[in-house]
Design a protein. Structure first.
Length: 497
């Protein structure tokens, strides 16, 4: 579920912990600290997100806000897009203002404040404050935990890949147990108790992180790599105040309706991606081979955006589907619809090692990146086509095993594409734009997440086949086109596979 966090940017230097074997399975204790805080952050993040759509569209008498289903899925999509947009912002703050470790700590505090707002502030104000704080904090944490972890190891330390495997497992353990815990409290005491548990989880992560912080600090992560000058600080501060004032004025005026939030994020993210591609491709600091590699990333960016626009519908269309269409009476119990969000992490934990071993065994014979991306988008499309045999029935009649099967295909698609994406962006990056290429990958995730909200406005529980056929078929077409274009794309990569 969270494999976009499983890669790191190269560390500039390791601290003392990287020079010898530490006490955590032969690794520095800083790994245990970072894996722990990320486990609790994913616990809180997915625990909250699994309830979010239901909280927005359930009636006030049922503890929700009583907005429309279209508003709910649009808000969830916009929120998902902003999380990944803010990962780019978090990287910038780490590089130019605070350093990655202080940005990490500040981000964790922001996440906890957001969950507290959702738990204790009623109505739309609590929703708005909560989602903004969580989105900004979670996105920044996503970037800085990877960077800080990388800084614990010297560039040639062969423990690095194993460290990120341990870290990645912690991510998915948190993603598994978070929705289970918050779902249980939702059913027992209501939405706000579920959000409160998310806050408790993040608080536990913060306490653990602060207690072990001395194991995590390194010279490389404790200060910005490219700090702002005094003039730049003044200009950026003025610009930030102006942007915030404009946003507040627009929100207060009522010009932005909830039903269109995800589409707004789609437009803004698309503009940002186009601008960033143009900046890199037209730069005088980019050599001919490097420019060719950036061009090769364009079709990969499109495929990644398509993949995430389907995958992130776990929290939009599939939330409604699980609530209304799914028979959740399992083993004599009536399960809440949010429990469905724990299925994908189970499959990830089981099969991530299988895929890693497969690629390692194949070695130079493993598929190229375009083929892996193609497989991911095609399998993702097939997953949506699997909804069609169950279309047209009465609400509450789709067997639970069907959603398990469909999410198994989600997992296969994710493991083909997601772990490859950020890694590929670092391989194709020009020397002068290493971080910006990683930002481009995150923009594809942001665009897809927001699109998951926009596409959901087309979903109709009474006429499902056109939606699942169109979305699933479209993804398959993109995957097939990418596969047919694999050879020219590989040539553009100039030696990168």
């Amino acid at each position: 579920m969270s494999s976009t966090t499983s890669e790191s940017t190269p560390a500039s230097a390791g601290n003392d912990a990287s020079k010898g074997h530490g006490g955590f399975f032969g690794h520095p204790w800083g790994l245990a600290n970072l894996a722990g805080v990320e486990l609790w952050e994913r616990f809180s993040f997915y625990g909250m997100q699994s309830l979010l759509a239901f909280y927005i569209y359930y009636s006030v008498s049922d503890g929700g806000l009583g907005l429309s289903e279209m508003a709910a899925t649009s808000i969830v999509g916009a929120y998902g897009g902003l999380v990944y947009l803010s990962s780019v912002l978090g990287g910038w703050i780490a590089d130019r203002v605070l350093g990655s470790e202080k940005t990490l700590l500040s981000s964790a505090v922001s996440v906890m404040i957001g969950h507290l707002a959702l738990a204790f502030l009623p109505g739309i104000p609590g929703l708005a404050i909560g989602l903004i704080c969580v989105a900004v904090g979670a996105g920044s944490l996503k970037t800085t935990t990877s960077t800080t972890l990388g800084d614990l190891y010297s560039p040639g330390d062969n423990r690095r890949d194993a460290a990120f495997s341990i870290y990645y497992m912690a991510v998915n353990i948190g993603a598994l147990i978070g929705p289970l815990g918050t779902s249980a409290l939702w059913g027992w005491r209501g939405f706000h108790w579920g959000f409160g548990l998310a806050a408790v989880g993040m608080a536990a992560g913060l306490i653990q992180y602060i207690a072990m912080r001395h194991h995590t600090l390194s010279e490389a992560s404790s200060k910005p790599t490219n700090p702002l000058s005094s003039k730049e600080k003044r200009n950026w501060t003025i610009g930030l105040v102006v942007v915030l004032a404009v946003l507040i004025a627009i929100i207060v005026s009522g010009l932005i309706q909830a039903e269109y939030l995800s589409t707004i994020v789609v437009v803004l993210t698309s503009i940002a991606a186009v601008v960033l591609f143009v900046v890199i491709l037209t730069s005088k600091n980019v050599e001919s081979d490097e420019r060719s590699r950036v061009f090769s990333f364009i079709p990969m960016f499109i495929a990644s955006s398509v993949f995430w626009s389907l995958f992130q519908q776990q929290f939009t269309v599939m939330a409604i589907y699980s609530d209304q269409r799914l028979n959740r009476h399992v083993f004599g119990m009536d399960l809440p619809p949010s429990v469905v969000n724990s299925i994908n992490p189970v499959f990830i934990i089981i099969f991530a090692g299988v895929f890693a071993a497969l690629w390692t065994t194949l070695g130079d014979r493993q598929p190229t990146a375009p083929v892996k991306f193609s497989l991911g988008t095609v399998i993702m499309g097939v997953a949506f086509l699997l909804f069609i045999p169950f279309a047209g029935g009465a609400d509450g009649t789709v067997p639970f095993w069907a959603i398990v099967l469909i999410l198994f295909f989600f997992t296969l698609a994710e493991l083909c594409l997601s772990p490859v994406g950020q890694s590929l962006s670092t391989k194709l990056a020009p020397n002068a734009y290493h971080s910006q290429m990683v930002a481009l990958y995150f923009l594809s995730v942001s665009l897809g997440s927001a699109m998951a909200g926009t596409l959901s406005s087309l979903y109709d529980t009474t006429n499902e086949i056109p939606y699942f056929l169109g979305v699933g078929g479209g993804s398959i077409v993109v995957g097939v086109v990418l596969f047919l274009a694999r050879k020219p794309i590989v040539r553009l990569m100039r030696g990168v596979k």
